[in-house]
Design a binder for this molecule. Structure first.
Ligand SMILES: [Zn+2]
Length: 66
């Protein structure tokens, strides 16, 4: 194998490793955190890009919602 080929192989290995790490990280995050959806908050009535069970982040904190 030429030196150039080795460098490319190493780069490919590193890239695959990096993607694998990121993917595992994203899967862990996605498993623990509900995705939520945009809409008007059921509690304060304000539009929010991410409601979980109809409540915005501020109301979830305020009313100690999950
Ligand atoms: Zn709210």
């Amino acid at each position: 194998m030429s030196e150039r080929g080795d460098i490319i192989d190493q780069a490919n290995d590193r890239a695959a490793e990096f993607v694998g790490d990121r993917e595992a990280e994203i899967r862990r995050a996605a498993a623990g955190i509900p995705a939520g959806e945009p809409g008007d908050c059921d509690h304060c009535g304000l539009p929010n890009p991410r409601l979980v069970n109809g409540a915005c982040a501020r109301c979830r904190d305020k009313y100690r919602l999950p």
